[in-house]
Design a protein around this ligand. Structure first.
Ligand SMILES: [Zn+2]
Length: 66
């Protein structure tokens, strides 16, 4: 057991990378801007492997771009 604060995955900063075979810091890249929200991918900052993705439901950025 640990008293460490448990972060929600709103912003992933470290994910398991299958290529590195360990958790690595990740970088968030905007992949697609959709009317329903934005799609992001997380890439390993070491080898650039895609290690995760996320779609938010915030359409505001789309309106700004449109
Ligand atoms: Zn990696």
């Amino acid at each position: 057991m640990t008293d460490r604060h448990q972060y929600e995955d709103l912003e992933a900063t470290e994910l398991f990378c299958p290529r590195c075979r360990r958790a690595q810091p990740v970088r968030k890249h905007l992949l697609l801007v959709l009317p329903t929200g934005n799609k992001y991918v997380y890439r390993c900052s070491v080898c650039a492997e895609t290690v995760g993705e996320k779609t938010d439901n915030d359409a505001q950025a789309f309106e700004i771009l449109g």
